[in-house]
Structure formats: structure tokens, C-alpha cells
Design a protein around this ligand. Sequence first.
Ligand code: NAP
Length: 339
Amino acid sequence: MTDSALPTTSREWRQISRPVGWPKLEDFELAEAEIRQPGPGEVLVRNAYVSVDPYMRGRMSAAKSYVAPFELGKAMQGGAVGEVVASNAEGIAAGDHVLHFGGWREYATFDAKQAVKVDPEAAPLSTYLGVLGMTGLTAYAGLLRTASFKEGDSVFVSGAAGAVGGQVGQIAKLKGASRVIGSAGSDDKVKLLVEEYGFDAAFNYKSGPVSEQLREAAPDGVDVYFDNVGGDHLEAAIGSLNLHGRIAVCGMISVYNNTEAAPGPKNLARLIATRGRIEGLLVGDHYDLQPQFVEEVGGWVRSGELKYRETVVEGVENTFEAFLGVLRGDNTGKMIVKI
Ligand SMILES: NC(=O)c1ccc[n+]([C@@H]2O[C@H](COP(=O)([O-])OP(=O)(O)OC[C@H]3O[C@@H](n4cnc5c(N)ncnc54)[C@H](OP(=O)(O)O)[C@@H]3O)[C@@H](O)[C@H]2O)c1
């Protein structure tokens, strides 16, 4: 079934060259493309919200990684939620809302198997990209599984006012952490962590050396460090790690735009004395936790025990700028573009 009132073209972002260092607008274009009606098994979706995420910086480079580079000249991809406006697939009808991967554009036509139905009555559509979506699951799985969090642990998380970090700290508190410490890049963000998210301590990493500020905020050391940042944060966390401490490496945003390899922490030998463990984490390995995550975190969101923020930028034309904003720290909570 198709909707005759639909426009015939849709705006979409394409990457046209590989950025070196900070991505520049010249590496991208906002193009106008024909809207393709769905073939057998396909759906056409009008995006309501699209996600901009730090990991996309990796896809902009040609380097081999866990996810393929964006193809130059083709529509970019990313998490998105929208309304099905035409369907040629069984089980999905016009009017349904779906989570899918055809972001950075107004309309997307794709195989219905790549769409997951979501209920806008159960939770606001945008939350399926954040607190109840990919970043939320990353926080949940990374803390509980990769970092083997247990009640009584003292937890330090960097990028703590961001989408993943804010949730890590709150889940740790809800699950009985003895102390939760966060770092963020502004005094307003630090205030939010303590006053709204209930962190025990927080500091602005731009105000002084991270190692000193962490020692002050966590005088008894940390059992778990959830790393979103890398660099001096990782070194400071190793320096404050307790016996049998665990470090979950989720992201290293401080080096994503580096043009040369960043030096590693100077104090890795501390892992011997502490019998510490460092382990990387990829959310894609943990989708089996999704039902448990939605039930537990969805419950906390509904009860108001877990707070979340979103920074919403309006207009498909501002998607690239919103993406840069995440790398700069313009966001509090999940950065989302409303189409
Ligand atoms: N492994 C996985 O499967 C997985 C999945 C999702 C996300 N991640 C990673 O998790 C991290 C957080 O992702 P997110 O989506 O929740 O983003 P986010 O935290 O909402 O946004 C990124 C934040 O990083 C901070 N930042 C930027 N440059 C920094 C620097 N040089 N030093 C310290 N902080 C800096 C900024 O906040 P400030 O104002 O505080 O600087 C910014 O708001 C990222 O590293 C991302 O790559 C990994």
C-alpha cells in the first residue's frame, strides 16, 4: 500500500571523502534522492529521529575495524526510528513504527527484516535510540557483564553526562554500588551528575589533572572503571584501581580524531599488583541481554528511578553538525536529530 501524498524525493547525507583529523563539512554532502517504493519484502519509512554516535567517526575512515567504513557517495547509515509509510512486507503495515539502520536521511526503503517494531505508546520514540536503545544496552551489558559489577563495588565512569556514561553510573547506584564517581567536561554537567543522577562525586576533567581529581573523589580507590574516553582517564583509573579491579573499555573518544596513534597508559604494571583486568566491549555481542535490559531499565525509567537526558537537534540538514557536537561535548545525554 502506498501513500499518494508522499513527496518524491528525500534528503540524505553522503560521505564523499575520508576526513583526516576532525571531520569537515566538505567531506560530506546533503543530496536529494528519489524515494524508492518498496519492492517485495521491503518497507518505506519516514524517519522521525536519527542517531548520531561517536563510533561513526570510525566508519568515516577507511581503516579496517569491527564495522565497515561508510561507502563514499552512498547514503550514510545509522540508528533511526520512524513510521512505515508504505509496506510490501508481511507483518509490517503502514502506520507501524520501527527501529532500523537507515539513518542520516528523511526517508529510507529497505528489507523489512532489518526493521524492529517499536511502540510509541510504551515509550517516546526517541528513547529507542538512547536510554532504551543501543547506548542503554551498552551501559547495561558493559557494566554488568564486561566489568562484572557486583554490589558494594566502587565505580568510576568517564563521559558520565553522555548517553552511555549517565546510565552506567545510575545503574551502578541502583544495583548497590558503594560509591559512584563520574567525570565530565563542564561544571553544569558535573552538577547534573550529583544533583539529578545521584552520583556520589563528580569532577570536571578540564579543571585539573584527572589522576589528582580522581584520587580526591575516590579516596578508597575504584573497583570498576567504565572507560568512554581513554587517554589520561584510563591512566588515572589504573592508578586508582583496587585489588581485582576491572576496567571495561567501551570507547576512547579522546583519540578518535587523532592523526597519530596515542601513547598507552604509562602505569600498566599496576595491573600485576592489583591483578586488574582490562576488557574491551562491543554492544553487538550482548543483544541476548536485550529482553532483560528492556524489562529492568524500562521499569526504572517508568518509575523515575533512572533519569535520562536527550539533546535534540532539529532538521536533517543539521545532522552533520549534531554529529560534530557529540565529539565536542555539546550534548547532555543522548544526541538525537529530529527529522
Ligand atoms: N563499544 C561499544 O559497543 C560502544 C557502544 C556505544 C558507545 N560506545 C562508546 O561509548 C562512548 C560514549 O558514547 P555515547 O554515545 O554515550 O556518547 P556521549 O557520551 O553521549 O557523547 C560523547 C561525549 O564524549 C565527551 N568527550 C568528547 N571529547 C572528549 C575528550 N577529549 N575527553 C573526555 N570526554 C570527551 C563529551 O562530553 P564532555 O562534555 O564530558 O567532554 C561528549 O558529550 C564513546 O566513546 C563511544 O564510542 C561504545
